[in-house]
Design a protein around this ligand. Structure first.
Ligand SMILES: *[C@@H]1O[C@H](CO)[C@@H](O)[C@H](O)[C@H]1NC(C)=O
Ligand SMILES: *[C@@H]1O[C@H](CO)[C@@H](O)[C@H](O)[C@H]1NC(C)=O
Ligand SMILES: *[C@@H]1O[C@H](CO)[C@@H](O)[C@H](O)[C@H]1NC(C)=O
Length: 472
């Protein structure tokens, strides 16, 4: 089946050139470099200045940088650098841009023309994971907004900026086996077809956020871990296409290739808008550690910078521009512990683990990594207690909230009861968090409380006061 879609034999450089030429005007083709990009997210209150951050990105020798807005200071700092830049239209501006060309023109005026061409803006991404948003109203404005932005660029005669939109893996109804890749039925006709038409017509890219960490961690096995970290010794043959897979990333990317082909689009190139691996996480999150993060990212970079390009089994030989997520750990992201630990650098600029982003350093050249202790799911009791260094005022509010949820969550804290400790908000909050989490964990409740809480395997109970726990 793949042979109809793509020629599966490896292409030499000359063939690749003509192939490339047939798909793209030369200017576009020449631009597809295999240099690794970095996502520069800024949801942290302990991050270095924008100036220092751009210096770090430059000294890492990244080829591209992607930001989640069009921050004026960053775009000025990038002026005159060799970094190719990806900027973003925030989700909340999509509807107004979709409804009026003048709004799009103004956006391009303020956020592109003010810096271009000195700042090498190459991608404008309209929204972030829009089709994962529960706000369905915005879905149908996505492609119209992209068209408006493209019109504004065309009116200015700008041809080397591509307009796209990064989507997450939840756009699929099925991804397994890859030849079975198919988009969700609620978006297929209404959003995906117009989107693919737009991308095909404008020779833009399909931007996908693709994390082998998520499917692996949902169903962790050690062989699966090797497959996710690009070091499997066995491989997987897609029973329908006959294509042979050696890693999970290729498998996920090809499910996109097949889903697009199913709708008649076989030539839209892919950009990995985000990928990476968490360097830490909560106790009940498996495999989030620096060993795996370093292994994933180093092997990813090796693959993506190999010349001639490896591509994927369904698209051998094609360069896949790749942005790693993320420059820093971002401590103001909400949700599970892993969310705050995708970074490559500490706030000081020191690497969390050694990594050559150019892909030139041999893998054998790195020093040994710290041993991973959580590659198998943790089994045992876990409590949810107050994190270190938190604000007392905020803690009071979280305590009130936790005690207001569930059945008798804080009954043991009443005066005279076994856990009552006058004057200790910390103790009471730790009890309340554990009690809350014990009731709600199976219903999707998490031990987070705006960063005030953390998981522990050390039983905080004292005397007659028994803290409720979650058993993993
Ligand atoms: C995609 O674009 C190419 C080149 O413009 C065109 O020939 C082809 O028909 C388009 N494919 C679809 C499915 O619209
Ligand atoms: C897949 O695995 C088989 C059996 O181990 C091996 O003979 C073959 O060379 C592998 N193919 C690839 C593409 O890795
Ligand atoms: C609270 O108790 C009611 C009645 O026993 C039960 O249906 C409900 O699931 C309980 N809620 C929680 C959070 O445990």
């Amino acid at each position: 089946m793949h042979k109809i879609i793509y020629n599966s034999k490896k292409m030499g450089p000359l063939a690749l050139f003509f192939y490339c030429f047939s798909l793209f005007v030369l200017s576009t083709c020449a631009e597809i470099s295999n240099k690794i990009g970095i996502n520069y997210g800024q949801l942290g209150n302990n991050l270095p200045s924008k100036y220092d951050s751009i210096q770090f990105i430059k000294s890492m020798k990244a080829g591209r940088v992607k930001i989640y807005d069009a921050n004026p200071e960053i775009l000025k700092l990038l002026s005159g650098t060799k970094l190719q830049v990806s900027i973003m239209v925030p989700n909340h501006e999509i509807i107004s841009i979709a409804s009026q060309q003048s709004t799009a023109d103004q956006w391009v005026q303020n956020n592109v023309l003010a810096y271009y061409p000195q700042t090498m803006i190459r991608f404008i991404l309209v929204g972030n994971e829009v089709l994962s948003s529960p706000d369905k109203k915005i879905w149908h404005h996505l492609v119209p907004a992209m068209r408006r932005i493209k019109n504004s660029l065309s009116a200015q005669n700008i041809r080397n900026i591509k307009v796209g939109t990064p989507l997450a893996m939840d756009i699929f109804q099925a991804t397994y086996p890859p030849s079975n890749g198919i988009f969700r039925s609620d978006i297929s006709d209404s959003v995906m077809i117009p989107l693919l038409q737009f991308l095909n017509h404008t020779r833009s890219f399909f931007f996908i956020d693709v994390y082998p960490y998520f499917p692996w961690s949902a169903n962790p096995t050690i062989t699966g871990l090797d497959y996710a970290l690009f070091r499997a010794t066995s491989n997987y043959t897609d029973p329908v296409s006959g294509l042979i897979y050696t890693n999970m990333l290729d498998q996920m990317l090809d499910s996109l290739v097949f889903a697009m082909a199913r709708l008649g689009f076989s030539n839209i190139r892919i950009v990995i808008a985000e990928t990476g691996w968490p360097n830490a996480g909560d106790i009940d999150e498996v495999g989030a550690n620096t060993y795996n993060a370093a292994t994933y990212n180093r092997n990813l970079i090796k693959r993506m910078t190999t010349k001639p390009a490896l591509g994927t089994p369904a698209r051998p030989g094609l360069v896949i521009p790749t942005f790693i997520f993320s420059l820093y750990d971002e401590n103001q992201k909400t949700g599970r512990g892993t969310e705050r630990h995708w970074g490559l650098l500490h706030p000081s600029g020191r690497p969390i683990y050694d990594m050559d982003i150019t892909g030139k350093r041999p893998l054998s050249d790195y020093k040994p990594l710290p041993v991973a202790h959580n590659n198998e799911p943790y089994k045992g009791k876990v409590w949810c207690v107050v994190a270190k260094g938190v604000d007392l005022m905020e803690l009071g509010r979280a305590l009130t909230y936790a005690c207001g949820e569930g059945n008798e969550t804080c009954a043991a804290l009443a005066p005279g009861r076994e856990c009552y400790e006058p004057l200790s908000v910390f103790w009471h909050a730790s009890f309340a968090f554990s009690s809350y989490w014990a009731q709600f964990q199976t219903k999707g409740g998490i031990c987070y409380f705006n960063g005030l809480a953390q998981q522990t395997t050390i039983n905080p109970s004292r005397g007659r006061c028994k803290f409720p726990s979650v058993t993993l």
